[in-house]
Write a protein that binds this ligand. Sequence first.
Ligand SMILES: [Zn+2]
Length: 455
Amino acid sequence: MDSIRKPAIAPTSYTFRVAQGVWINDMRDSALPNRQWPCVELDRQARDGLRASFRLQAESGFNSVTLFGLLTASLWSPDIPHTVSPERVEMVRTILAEAHAFGLKVLYGLGVYSWGFDHIIVQDAAVRGDNPRAMCGTRPESRQWMQRVVDYLLAEFAFDGFHLEAADLGRCNCTTCSCESDTAYYSRLNAETAATIRRASPDAVLMVNMCGYLPPGTTVPRNDWPHLQALSKELDFLIDPGHTAPFIEPSLRRQFVGSLSCALGTSGGVWVYPPQRWQRLRWFIPYTQRTGRHLEALHADGGRAVEYYMGPTRNPGVELNVAFGGRKLAGVGRDNQDVLLEVIDELYHPRTTAAASDLAAVFEEAEAAFFANYQLRPETSDETPGQIHLTPLSGRRPGPPIYLRDSMAAPGRLDYCRRLQALLPDLDRLATQCRSGGRIARIRRCIRSVLGEQA
Ligand SMILES: [Zn+2]
């Protein structure tokens, strides 16, 4: 492993600076055409994409990474160790060793009662409630299956911790389970699973992501806070991701943080989430200004954890967002413009300070042009718009650019494209003023792809 340069960690930094993979092929630098999301094929290109992302994460200041799909997406075999081939087990161990060599902790993305149990639910009637993708949350047999998966993972792999997720595919609503509120139900399953892991592995980093806990746009009622407070006793941190809006009312966040026994955080305020089958240079959405402001506000409220979305490093907008986000997490008090200029210096090697600031202006204008025209959902804010879908996740065809067609009105789309087009002459000029001309060429390819969607 050749040496890498890591940024200094400032006193005002986030404790848990987590790169959220999410799925192993989300960081892949080539698309997987015609493949249904989430594709968990683990081939050479998947490994190369992970390695490139690990390097960028470590060099940017992240201290851990969450990975879903190393072993399965939704299909644990009832004979758990036979879920994957011996070759895949070895590949996973190699990937773990590579992440460790970069100084990153690896959190295994673990579905809790869901995301993994589809076969088991078909085969074992005892765990079957009313949801074919989630085991019943009140049967002892369900808890035993969860335990078997945890035992296997702890026995076979050197994961440093677990990202626990119970709510993404919904819950069981059988007559017994439906007595509990969503927050009570998911928090109980997460807490039980975390406690099981903690007993066997006291040093494991344990966190829960609340993705799917409640219907979009709704918040956890105050009388349900005790369920999250009890859960927090089993965790290192809790993530209220903010796909559409936070589940904890933002004006109460500071008070909520003070009531927990673990750290609290978000997914960074804004992120782009394309399926693995989408071409990697098809979009260009830098968002460092919004990220910078969100991370400052969250830290001021007492937030000390962020699970920050990754993507293909080859996309220059993704690369910039990751490089910026890691540095900001490692030094929240730093000026956002200074961080952006440092990232541009590291990645693009501009020959003059004028070229550096001109390139910074290109990224800032691309961000401003996008958010000036992207229609936010009513429950989101311009500062924290949450998850931006470029195309529907499901399906095998690449899919249309819904972020342009559905989330922008025709005049807005025109304005966005005009403003992106106006950046092309600047990029032509900057290509000769930066030593990393290949990255400039990729920005141009991204912008031309977006302009091509207009046709
Ligand atoms: Zn049930």
